[in-house]
Design a protein around this ligand. Structure first.
Ligand SMILES: NC(=O)c1ccc[n+]([C@@H]2O[C@H](COP(=O)([O-])OP(=O)(O)OC[C@H]3O[C@@H](n4cnc5c(N)ncnc54)[C@H](OP(=O)(O)O)[C@@H]3O)[C@@H](O)[C@H]2O)c1
Length: 611
């Protein structure tokens, strides 16, 4: 009972990417499509509409696939799909194959010549197809210009002529707009995109005229939010009913948890579906398509030249996130923070994963509420996280089990999901990362008095002034105290400085008193606040004059690598240790926790030396 596969794809999938049904990203058990629970396929000639209605489809925990579109009219449900002849569906032998996702480069230019140049760039960068945004052209002679673009584009073409009312730039006559799309089809375009509002009429008008390898994408855009799972499914169903070959739904992420609903849609879809969530909080929807069954993602040719908010570049998809390595079984890791886009963790972890052939992808996760994020992405697919500002203390509370060191510090920067029972385990790798970086800095020092003996820590007996009492501050203060240092905590919120000082047995200082604090010379200063971090590169937590009392100055900030604090400390003659030294060390500790494999430390140093 297999339907024929006419899904001629543009790339040959590597064997490991040939998919079984996508795992669900949510914790809701009945939203899952595990390997054993296959969609129910109803052949239209076996059941009447009335019989099917009585099935109460909404209570069926797996998707229900109809081989006949007619039946849907009486079966409006969020769990119903129509089997399309454009994908391989074989129920019974438990085979439901979907191909890996494609990368589509949006091409927006004001002239046809520029568009052609862009299509060549897209090919060079590694895209699979180009979306020609006709509404960006200043002058447009449809017959001539479409021919040129189709003939000269080295990649398959998708034509979109987006009207203002759907977020595009076209303001002219509707009939003319749709005539242009029909013409693109006749001239050999592989795809056209038409908006749901006009799709039924349009598709009727091309009935019987569609070339064999031509597909209609019917799209719907929501620039404000992401609807519920049920509403998304209903929308997908309406799009299918319009006669779409490919469903496209683009919504907006108000919170990163919105993306789970889109993953649910694409992972359960029985027709090719493009499901993308716009905005920075929706970024992972654009990266994880091959894992969760999305037909394609958009990758821009140049950074910032986006056709919708949140699109990564083709280069980022391919080189940073290793898009072609992602498949249904790939485990998802990521850096949880707010802000988070500056983080270099995805660069180093993804390269490290690739170097040891570990099936994982590491993404940026802009998270507002850690508890709701972890509750939503609670499946084993989401296997581990790094935590940065402002979530390290909340992470401690969210973990089921916390490593004793992290518990003592009071902050978790690494979360591992134990695969056997799904429990969240919390660790702290900031402590070892920052302390070993400072110790190595002191050992490199030409001042012999800073190295008490080869066996003990060069921090022993030193006064270490820690600026900040957040996650990194706690880790560093705790570690320095353990090494025998006299620890002073200076923090913007004095109460937090006091609390930390009391916890570790140190002294507290208000940040405003830091400039006048110099009980001795040769102290160690460690900034663990975000002051001086991009974009606030002119900020510094202490006056240059006060830096003369310090033998070594460490800055946890690593973007930029040389902060104003480090520059001024160097000018004052102090040894400086950059946050990137800590970053590499804490990162390779995380790699070992995530993968259980020895970290490729040399590679980590090599990668970070470029930044
Ligand atoms: N190099 C690395 O590997 C590494 C690792 C971890 C962290 N870091 C960096 O360390 C910094 C802190 O991270 P975290 O995770 O510890 O963050 P966190 O837990 O949110 O703590 C932030 C700390 O910075 C202080 N702070 C924030 N903005 C400030 C401002 N404008 N003026 C004065 N103080 C300010 C806060 O003071 P209040 O208590 O008054 O709010 C708090 O003490 C970040 O820049 C992060 O990128 C680097």
């Amino acid at each position: 009972m297999a339907s024929s596969s006419t899904n001629a794809r543009l790339t040959n999938p590597p064997p490991h990417l040939l998919s079984t049904p996508r795992p669900s990203p949510t914790s809701v058990a009945n939203l899952r499509l595990p390997a054993a629970d296959f969609p129910l396929l109803f052949k239209s000639n076996l059941f009447s509409s009335a019989e099917l209605s009585s099935l109460r489809i909404r209570s069926v925990p797996v998707p229900v696939v109809f081989s006949d579109r007619r039946l849907l009219r009486s079966m409006k449900s969020s769990n119903v799909y129509v089997a399309s002849d454009s994908m391989e569906t074989e129920i019974g032998s438990q085979k439901l194959a979907k191909n890996p996702s494609l990368i589509c480069a949006p091409v927006m230019a004001d002239s046809v010549d520029k568009m052609v140049v862009e299509t060549c760039k897209a090919q060079d960068l590694g895209a699979d197809l180009v979306e020609i945004r006709l509404d960006s052209l200043k002058e447009f002679n449809p017959l001539e210009d479409l021919k040129i673009i189709i003939q000269k584009s080295p990649l398959p073409t998708l034509f979109t002529y987006r009207p203002k009312w759907e977020g595009g730039q076209y303001e002219g006559d509707e009939k003319e707009r749709l005539d242009v799309l029909r013409l693109a089809m006749e001239l050999g375009a592989e795809y056209i995109d038409v908006e749901l509002q006009v799709a039924s009429e349009f598709i009727k008008s091309i009935k019987g005229k569609k070339p064999a390898n031509f597909r209609v994408i019917v799209s719907s855009h929501n620039y404000e939010s992401t609807p519920s799972v049920e509403d998304l499914n209903d929308l997908a169903l309406r799009i299918q009913q319009s006669g779409a070959d490919i469903v496209k739904i683009a919504t907006t992420a108000v919170d990163i948890i919105d993306v789970a609903r889109m993953f649910h849609l694409t992972s359960n879809a029985q027709v090719p579906t493009i499901g993308l969530v716009m905005g920075e909080r929706g970024l992972m929807s654009r990266i994880l398509c091959s894992k969760f069954g999305g037909y394609l993602t958009f990758g821009t040719i140049e950074s910032g030249k986006v056709s919708a908010p949140g699109q990564p570049t083709i280069k980022e998809l391919l080189d940073l996130y290793n898009f072609r390595r992602i498949g249904p079984d790939t485990k998802v890791y990521g850096i949880i923070g707010k802000p988070v886009s500056h983080s270099k963790s995805p660069i180093i972890h993804n390269q490290a994963f690739k170097s040891v052939d570990f099936d994982g992808v590491y993404v940026h996760l802009l998270v507002d509420d850690l508890a709701s994020f972890l509750k939503t992405y609670s499946s084993s697919d989401f296997a581990g996280f790094s935590c940065t500002i402002p979530h390290k203390e909340a992470a401690l509370k969210c973990c089921d089990e916390v490593d004793p060191l992290a518990k003592s510090i009071g902050a978790v920067n690494t979360i591992l999901r134990r695969q056997s029972d799904g429990k969240l385990l919390g660790y702290n790798t900031d402590c070892i990362g920052s302390i070993s970086a400072i110790e190595d800095g002191l050992r490199r020092s030409s001042d012999p008095s800073s190295v008490p003996s080869s066996s003990s820590s060069p921090l022993a007996g030193k006064t270490v002034v820690v600026i900040g009492a957040g996650g990194a501050g706690k880790a560093l203060a705790y570690g320095a105290k353990e090494k025998g240092a006299k620890v002073v905590i200076a923090n913007r919120t004095y109460e937090r400085a006091l609390e930390l000082a009391e916890a570790i047995g140190g002294r507290a200082l208000a940040l405003k008193d830091l400039d006048n604090f110099h009980p001795e010379d040769g102290m160690v200063l460690a900034n663990t606040t975000s002051m001086g971090m991009q974009p606030n590169v002119n900020e510094t937590p202490i006056s240059k004059d006060a830096l003369k009392h310090y033998a070594l100055v460490f800055d946890a900030v690593y973007t930029p690598r040389i902060t104003r604090l480090l520059r001024e400390a160097e000018e004052c003659g102090a040894i400086t240790v950059s946050g990137s030294e800590m970053f590499v060390r804490q990162a390779y500790e995380q790699f070992e926790i995530f993968t259980g494999l020895p970290a490729p430390k040399e590679l980590y140093w090599q990668i970070m030396s470029k930044y």
